[in-house]
Every structure is written in C-alpha cells, then in structure tokens.
Design a protein around this ligand. Structure first.
Ligand code: PMP
Length: 361
C-alpha cells in the first residue's frame, strides 16, 4: 500500500492508525455483523460509542461540566448563521474580529441575524498580521465576541486567547482545534468543522457553555436550536454516525499519543522546521505573515518566481507530497500541518524544497 505525505488544508490527512482500524472493522463492527454506518443511532452499541467519544473529547480538552458538547451537521458555515440565531435576540449586536477569509465569511453570514459590529479588522494590512488587541472597539453590551483563532487560508493564528471581559467569546476553531491544550473555560462557544483535526467532513463539533443554551434567540425551527440538540444528546434527528465514529477513533488516537500537550509540542516542532526552511532560503521561498501571527497549522508560501509554481507542484506530487497548491485568494503554495501530518512529512517537504531550489536556481 502506498500513502503520500498529505498537506491538504481540508478535508485533510487522517491518522493512518485511525483509517486502518476503521478498515479492519468496516464490515463487522464490534462483532455485530454490520458496519457502524448500518446501525441505528438509537441502538445500544452506537449510543455507547457516541458517549465514549464525548468522554474522550472531554478528557482531551478538560471540558468542564458546565459546557455541553454537540456533534452536529452542516459544517462550520452553517454555524456562521446558527450562532447569531441562537445567541442574539432581536435588535442585539455582536462584535466580530476580522482577521482573514473565514472571519469575513462569518461576518457576512451573520448579517441577516444580528447587527454586526466589526470591532477590528486586519483587511487593510492584507490579513498578514493580527489586528492589535488595543485597537479592538468592543461593545460591553454585545451579545458575544466572535473571532477565528486560526485563519486557514491566510495562515494567521492568534498565539493567545484574547481577553474580552464578561461578553461570551465565540471561536471558530475549525483549523486548529485539538492542536494544543486549550482553556475551554475562557469560551462561551467553540466550534469546528471536523475535516481537519477531527475526522471526515459532514460533522461539526460545538462546545457551548450551558447557560448560553437558555438564551432566547429568535423563533426558529427546533433543528436550528442548540438547546434542543443538547437536550437530545445531538440526536434530535439522525446524526452523522460515520463521522462521529471516526471522530471517536481520532480522540482515542490523540489520547494514546499523549494528549494535547504532546500534540502541541509536535505541532510546534513541525511548524518551526518549515518556517526555518522558508526563512533560511535566502528569499527563494517567502511567507508573508508577521512572525508573531504565523499559523502552526497552515503555512502559505510563495516562490521567488511564480513561473516556478507549476514545476514545483508537478515535481512535489511526483515526490509523494500531496496538495501543496495554495488557495486562489493568496496564490503560491500552502502546507497544512494538522495533527495527522507527522514530522517525517515536514522533513520530506523541506528536503524537497531545498533540492528544488538547487535544481531550479
Ligand atoms: N472556518 C474555517 C476556519 C475553515 O477553515 C473552514 C473550511 N476550510 C470553514 C470555516 C468552513 O467550513 P465548512 O466547509 O465545514 O463549512
């Protein structure tokens, strides 16, 4: 069997051990004679697995009892709308920090449901740095403050959780959840699409402070209401059973690897290696982001001559390095270094980059 080093931004690499286990039990899960996908979500087997996945996630992130965990569908994009629907009442406003492509999307999708106050923006700086905390125009009456701790396309990451006072902090952690320890107590709501650090697409994870479930929000169908999902243990309707199962296997894999402290150290080492290689290339490769705001998960870089982009992509793929093409919004290349990408993959990438620079000097 041949596996490539996969730098995809998402859907992204999954741990090989998780895929192998899923393969081994695909047709006969837990001796049931059927796959996990072919069984009722109301059955004892599935409910036990689902509860274990939640317990493992709680252990990994040390999630306090006053936060609920939801396994929902619709991706992070649906949450862009569902957050204001649930957390803001008629006439309320919410503060948004605009730090890149995905926070801008969150802002535009929230606009039909809440008065958006863009409290700070790095747009004028080309999203190459974070909006300095001192510049944020926060409103103490805001329903919540929304930000994007890691911008998947611009490769910008907040090094710390910002202090925002009493207003609930809402974070789109789609591309950096589970990449290092996190103090969940600092957040009103954390959400993440699964397809980077959790499992396959089609699943979105929410960690929400239970008192926020009681917010009146606005009249809406139950399927959009967090409180109803929480009361039904995320089984208000048929959940993404396959995604939930694979997420559970990923949580077990993370625990076996030593948890998030170990992941955090591994991710730091991977990112440091790649940034050092870019910065040490004498301008052959460049990363445009302010070093204080560089993402550990998504590393965009350009070649000194864009005519080399096509050969770089062709030769890297031939060398078994997959999905290095950058997002069209920023161009160039992007290497995503999520949990399932091992240090060996980054070592192979920097060796390739060095060799490419020598051959195409
Ligand atoms: N937020 C961030 C930070 C993302 O990286 C992405 C997807 N790449 C999204 C939101 C959108 O996620 P989805 O496609 O699951 O709606």
């Amino acid at each position: 069997m041949s596996r490539v080093w996969n730098f995809s931004a998402g859907p992204a690499a999954l741990p090989l051990a998780v895929l192998e286990r899923a393969r081994d039990e695909l047709t006969d899960w837990q001796g049931s004679g059927a796959s996990v996908m072919e069984q009722s979500h109301r059955g004892k087997r599935f409910i036990t697995m689902a509860a274990q996945a939640e317990a493992d996630l709680r252990a990994l992130l040390d999630i306090p009892a006053d936060h609920a965990v939801l396994f929902l569908q619709g991706g992070a994009t649906q949450q862009f709308a569902q957050i204001p629907m649930n957390l803001a009442g008629e006439g309320d406003s919410a503060d948004y920090i605009d730090s890149g492509h995905w926070s801008a999307k969150a802002i535009s999708e929230a606009t039909p449901y809440v008065k958006v106050n863009v409290a700070a923006s790095a747009k004028a700086a080309g999203y190459r740095q974070l909006p300095p905390r001192e510049s944020w125009q926060l409103d103490p009456r805001a329903a919540y403050v929304h930000y994007t701790p890691n911008e998947t396309i611009h490769g910008v990451e907040f090094p710390d959780v910002p202090e925002v006072g009493e207003v609930p902090l809402v974070a789109d952690m789609s591309s950096n959840i589970l990449s290092a320890p996190l103090d969940v107590r600092r957040f009103g709501l954390v959400y993440a699409g699964a397809q980077k650090n959790i499992g396959p697409s089609g699943l979105v994870l929410l960690i929400i402070r239970r008192d926020l479930l009681q917010r009146a929000g606005r009249p809406m169908a139950r399927i959009f209401r967090y409180a109803d999902h929480a009361a039904a243990d995320s089984m208000l309707n048929t959940p993404n059973t396959w995604g939930w199962y694979l997420a559970g296997l990923t949580f077990q894999w993370l625990l076996a690897k030593g948890g998030l402290a170990a992941m955090g150290a591994a991710n730091r080492a991977k990112a440091d290696l790649l940034y050092a290689s870019i910065d040490g290339s004498g301008g052959y490769y460049r990363n445009p982001v302010d070093p204080a705001a560089r993402s550990r998960m998504n590393v965009p870089f350009t070649l000194h001559d864009s005519a080399l982009d096509a050969p770089f992509l062709q030769e890297s793929e031939a060398a078994g390095l997959l999905a290095l093409k950058g997002h069209k919004a920023v161009g160039g290349m992007r290497a995503s270094l999520y949990n399932a990408v091992p240090l060996e993959a980054v070592e192979a990438l920097v060796a390739f980059m060095r060799d490419f620079a020598t051959r195409h000097g």
